[in-house]
Design a protein around this ligand. Sequence first.
Ligand code: DHB
Ligand code: MG
Length: 222
Amino acid sequence: MTEPTVENWRRADEFLSDTLVGHDPALDAALAAQRAAGLPDIEVAPVSGKLLNLIARISGARRVLEIGTLGGYSTIWLARAVGEGGTVTTIEAESGNAAIARASIDAAGIGDRVAIRIGRAADVLPTLEGSEPFDLVFIDADKESNTIYLDWAARLGRSGAVVILDNIGREGEIVREDTTDPRVIGTRDALRMLGEDSRFDATALQTVGIKGWDGIAIAVLT
Ligand code: DHB
Ligand code: MG
């Protein structure tokens, strides 16, 4: 029998990617640009990028907020989902990353839908208060601040908005009581918040694939 090894998860994920997601010049170019610039290899996997796109379309999201742009790979998936007249506001702490993302998003032909806000998300998010509420919030930034970002997602999203939190599995580390890794602690606190805070109705799924063992949480704002 085939063993559930990391190598086999990777190969199965590649099959799913090749079969269901395929290749796309703009997304391939965005990844090539961020690799060439030495950005970390931590963008969402292709199957997850497409999942974000599908969830945005299924929920009819027209106004999307992304926390953590990196090189714009997930931003392109989301910007394609909102359609003509839709918008993605994406927040990036590193101006160098934002410049790479800007170029890739513009080259993908959906630049007019995407506003990149440069700065620490904890500083940028309060400036979005008072704008039209968001339909979908994707949180994929520094994990230490996950509960702060969830709080802002609840404040800035409309009732019924979708909130997606990346990297909730972290190779199973979330159940290690003795962990001192602030990213694990921030993620575990966020999961507890999703369970306890009545503004959210949530679940989470573990994933295995080209990015190893991880997962996403999905919530609707009550
Ligand atoms: C890390 C962050 C991510 O957003 C990701 O998808 C994978 C890893 C990290 O900080 O380790
Ligand atoms: Mg991530």
